[in-house]
Each structure stands twice: as structure tokens, then as C-alpha cells.
Design a protein around this ligand. Structure first.
Ligand SMILES: Nc1ncnc2c1ncn2[C@@H]1O[C@H](COP(=O)(O)OP(=O)(O)OP(=O)(O)O)[C@@H](O)[C@H]1O
Ligand SMILES: [Mg+2]
Length: 228
């Protein structure tokens, strides 16, 4: 059974009198433990798809089954819980709170999920080690490099141990070397921790760590290739 299955997924954005059909009947499946890259030209609907898979936005029509539950059927509070515990999201532009340290940022999702301080501290330490940032625990985002900030953002996404990670151009703002470090973290999360990962990217190197590459054109999957 696939971890993710979308069926006839449609998303229409309405702004005043104009209408944009961002997804027009998109079907995709991702198996448990897969690392899938999503590619396609600007405006084809990649971010829209991730926002729907991540429960940040709701589709206009269609269904999104994740681990057996259709996200469309979840109430708003259930969707909040889904975002907090079942999925971790990493964006292109770092989503860290600028006034908080690395370890405080990692602690936020655990606080929201009601984890005890002792458990939070222990898990934060483990996560910072996992992404190789244990020496930067007390740094604020402006005291970290871009690649380091992105690794902290991955630790934040993993805070409540979700089985699914979604990433939108996670290396888009990084130079070649730091981008590679971030990709190495994704590969480790997929191989060692068996996380299911969907990563939207133009970065050709992602194809080397992905099991499959899905190509979106104009709001639909057009090709499905096996990665190199
Ligand atoms: N909130 C919104 N309101 C109206 N239209 C939107 C909104 N968000 C996205 N769109 C439109 O929907 C289409 C798909 O946008 P989306 O952000 O999913 O593209 P993308 O594939 O992520 O592109 P890029 O590679 O540039 O990030 C685009 O035509 C965009 O202009
Ligand atoms: Mg986008």
C-alpha cells in the first residue's frame, strides 16, 4: 500500500475575477520509504502539490490519501495535528524563528505537541547530532551559514518524528558544497531512518539520490522516470 496516493487532484486559485488552475487532475503514488524527486517548469504546480500533501492548503477537488486517511476528510483541528505529527516540511527559504537559537527552534514543534521539557531536551540534542549541528545549538539563525540553517530546518521538521518529509527546493539558495551536505542529510534520513521523502527540486543531483523522478507539466504528472 502506498504511503501517499492522490487521485484526480485539482487546485484552482481564485483571485478576484481571475482563476488559475494550478493542478488539473494530478494522480501520484509514493510508497513507504521511497525518496521521490518532483520536477517541472516554473508555475507547473509543484509548490501547490506540496502544500496540499503537507496539509497547509486544501484541494478544490480530488483526494489525498496519506497512510490510509484522506486529508480532505480531516477537520481543521485534525489537519493541524497532521501537520504537527505526521509530516515535516522544509522550504527553500529557511523557516527558522530569527530570535531563537537552533535548539529553541527545534524545540518548538515538540512544545506544540505537548512533549515534556526533559524529553524535548534529549530529542533536540539527538536531532542536532543527526544533522551534524550539535556544536551550533546555541547559535541564532543569523549566526549560521545557509547550509547550517537548512540543516537546523530539517531538524525542526523531524522534531515530532513524522514518517513523511516534504521539501520544496531545499538546496535552491545554497552553493554547490552546502547543497550537497543538505542532500547527504536527506539520503541518510531515507536510508537509515526509513523516512518517506518527496523533494521538489531543479537540482540535478537530487536525481542521483532519488528512487524515482516525477515530472509535472501544467498541473499533471507527465512522466515517471527511474532515477540514475
Ligand atoms: N495563492 C495563489 N493564488 C493564485 N495563484 C497562485 C497562488 N499560488 C500559486 N498560484 C499559481 O498557480 C500556479 C502554480 O504555482 P506553484 O507555486 O505551484 O508553481 P511551482 O511549480 O512551484 O513554480 P516554481 O518552480 O516557480 O516554484 C502558478 O501559475 C501560480 O501563479
Ligand atoms: Mg514552487
Amino acid at each position: 500500500m502506498p504511503n501517499i496516493a492522490t487521485k484526480d487532484l485539482i487546485k484552482v486559485y481564485r483571485a478576484g475575477k481571475s482563476e488559475v488552475i494550478a493542478l488539473r487532475g494530478l494522480d501520484m503514488q509514493v510508497a513507504d520509504g521511497e525518496l521521490v524527486a518532483v520536477q517541472g517548469p516554473s508555475g507547473c504546480g509543484k509548490t501547490t502539490l506540496l502544500n496540499l500533501l503537507g496539509g497547509i492548503d486544501r484541494p478544490t477537488a480530488g483526494r489525498i490519501d496519506v497512510d490510509g486517511s484522506n486529508l480532505v476528510d480531516l477537520s481543521d483541528p485534525e489537519l493541524v495535528q497532521y501537520r504537527l505529527e505526521r509530516v515535516g516540511i522544509i522550504f527553500q527559504f529557511f523557516n527558522l524563528v530569527p530570535t531563537l537559537t537552533a535548539e529553541e527552534n527545534v524545540g518548538i514543534p515538540m512544545r506544540l505537541a505537548g512533549k515534556r521539557p526533559s524529553a524535548r531536551g534529549k530529542r533536540t540534542k539527538g536531532l542536532l547530532e543527526l544533522v551534524g549541528m550539535e556544536k551550533r545549538a546555541a547559535h541564532r539563525p543569523d549566526e549560521l551559514s545557509g547550509g547550517e540553517q537548512q540543516r537546523i530546518a530539517i531538524a525542526v521538521a523531524l522534531a515530532n518524528d513524522p514518517p513523511l518529509l516534504l521539501a520544496d527546493e531545499p538546496t535552491g539558495e545554497l552553493d554547490t558544497k552546502t547543497g550537497q551536505e543538505v542532500l547527504d542529510v536527506f539520503q541518510k534520513l531515507n536510508q537509515s531512518l526509513k523516512k518517506t521523502i518527496v523533494v521538489v527540486t531543479h537540482d540535478a543531483r537530487v536525481a542521483h539520490i532519488a528512487h524515482r523522478v516525477l515530472e509535472i507539466r501544467d498541473g499533471k504528472i507527465v512522466t515517471e522516470g527511474t532515477a540514475a
